[in-house]
Design a protein around this ligand. Structure first.
Ligand SMILES: Cc1ncc(C[n+]2csc(CCOP(=O)(O)OP(=O)(O)O)c2C)c(N)n1
Ligand code: SF4
Length: 466
């Protein structure tokens, strides 16, 4: 099959195991035109090497097969959230989220609205075809009053489902966005206007100005149950009556956004050491990142143990994150936290494959031991029946934390006993001094207890272990 070269698009699209040169869109679909305009704008502005597209779930899902640039695929409704991460991690990139009206207007509205409110540095192309296209034409928040969809077979009834959501008008209430506009691709004149507006979204990102939203009215002949010409007419007449085209904000002349400050604290609550008493992290690529998971029952001090390690890292001027996860119960339910300690800024606080796992109970061992990295360590309380071995290459240390705490007459100090194991077996990469300082600081309101725990920590550490 002959291929037609489109600026900014791959020559062939390796979809469904075949190399084809046509898109998957239905004849007359607005997405097809918009895809071409976006690819052209990206290529004509010379931005393909700098652009990261955040692709949606919806009829636009396959854009990663078409646009010749970098891509990330987001879950339905989450493109603006994913784009936030992308533009923060890569502030020099041109980040473009592509979303349908079910995606942005319904399930993902808050993600998109908050990103716009924060003035994230990305452009959002919002394709409004007045319904959920990919799933068979259900009502979306943008469905017109009286419009027939599969879930409004007698027409949308405002008494039952409210009136259409005007996304541009709502976003225009926010301070941060640089550019907000609505265009259409229903005829040639409109397509030319849409092309200019799409270029503008790219230019705003190229120049680092901030958030831009471009809503594009687009026909969906298949779900309108019309031929392409009638669908375009519906788009121009009915949709534009409800959603007038226009520019709602244009502050392209604004100064580029300043770099976002990097958060300094390891956590937003319960810092043991006052924020101002700790100097910011220092980049040190030679310090290998370590990921920890601490897990047990609520009330065993497992979250404080994780925080203690994070605070020791903070004292050592490492980058660190502490990320707790609770069951619904205050006490007795499962609790775990993740801690990351690194010599360079940390991308994600979640820990799927820890280097070090500390387990205070059996469910924690069963849930997480299999995820530990090769070369990693599992420290498990001796009371836990270990029914399955950890993965090959993972060191297992059974440690009498609960028993020792009871022997010392301070049963609540089992977490301190676990800290002793981390220190004794050199699991943290942090200095003994900072681990102890952090432990003492965790009792800053009861200094006598802090000293007592330091003493217990040293006693436990000195305990023989086979
Ligand atoms: C979290 C989640 N919820 C629902 C779905 C099902 N789903 C896939 S696409 C879609 C609708 C897409 O409609 P829209 O965002 O308007 O895009 P269009 O297909 O019209 O371009 C839905 C509900 C999903 N994949 N994931
Ligand atoms: S169902 Fe509608 S939105 Fe989806 S590809 Fe077909 S015409 Fe386009």
């Amino acid at each position: 099959m002959a291929t037609i070269e489109q600026k900014g698009m791959y020559k062939v699209f390796p979809r469904s195991g075949k190399n084809v040169s046509f898109t998957h869109y239905c004849p007359g679909c607005g997405h097809g035109i918009i895809n071409k305009l976006i690819a052209e704008a990206c290529a004509e502005l010379g931005l393909q090497d700098r652009t990261i597209f955040v692709d949606p779930v919806g009829c636009g899902v396959f854009t990663y097969y078409y646009w010749d640039a970098a891509h990330i695929s987001a879950a339905h409704g989450r493109a603006s959230a994913a784009a936030t991460g992308v533009c923060r991690a890569r502030p020099d990139a041109v980040t473009i989220a592509y979303q349908g009206d079910g995606d942005l207007g319904a399930i993902g509205f808050n993600n998109a609205f908050q990103a716009a409110s924060r003035g994230e540095k990305f452009g959002c192309i919002f394709v409004n075809n007045s319904l959920y296209g990919m799933t068979g034409g259900q009502m979306a928040p943008t469905t017109l009053d009286g419009e027939t969809t599969t879930t409004t077979p007698f027409g949308r009834d405002p008494a039952l489902t409210g009136h259409p959501l005007h996304v541009c008008e709502v976003f225009a209430q926010l301070q941060a966005p640089v550019y907000i506009a609505r265009v259409s691709v229903a005829d040639t004149r409109r397509i030319m206007q849409a092309k200019k507006a799409i270029r503008k979204v790219f230019e705003i990102q190229r120049d680092g100005k901030g958030y831009a939203l471009l809503e594009i009215l687009a026909p969906c002949p298949t779900n309108f149950k019309m031929d392409p010409l009638k669908a375009a007419d519906f788009c121009m007449n009915e949709m534009e009556r409800e959603f007038p085209l226009g520019v709602f904000r244009d502050e392209e002349a604004r100064e580029p956004l300043a770099a976002r400050p990097v958060p300094r604290a390891s956590s937003c609550r319960d810092l043991f050491v006052e924020k101002d008493a700790v100097l910011p992290a220092v980049d040190d690529a030679a310090f290998a990142e370590k990921r920890f998971k601490f897990a047990g029952y609520g009330g065993q001090g497992i979250l404080s143990l994780g925080l203690c390690v994070a605070e020791a890292a903070r004292l050592e001027r490492r980058h660190t994150l502490w990320f707790p996860s609770y069951g619904p119960e205050q006490r007795g339910g499962s609790a775990n936290c993740s801690v990351v300690v690194s010599g360079t800024p940390i991308g994600s606080p979640t820990v799927e494959h820890p280097d070090v796992l500390v387990c205070m109970n059996q469910p924690a061992y069963e849930r997480f031991a299999g995820d530990v990295k090769r070369g990693g360590t599992v420290i498990v309380d001796e009371t836990v029946p270990v029914k399955t071995d950890p993965p090959d290459g993972v060191r297992l240390i059974r440690w009498p934390a609960i028993k020792m705490a009871e022997e010392f007459g301070v049963p609540k100090a089992a977490n301190t006993m676990m800290l002793a194991a981390l220190k004794k077996f050199k699991c943290t990469g942090l200095s003994d001094d900072n681990l102890e300082k952090s432990l003492v600081a965790s009792f800053k309101k009861k200094p006598a207890l802090g000293e007592k725990n330091r003493e217990l920590l040293r006693l436990a550490e000195a305990r023989e272990h086979s």
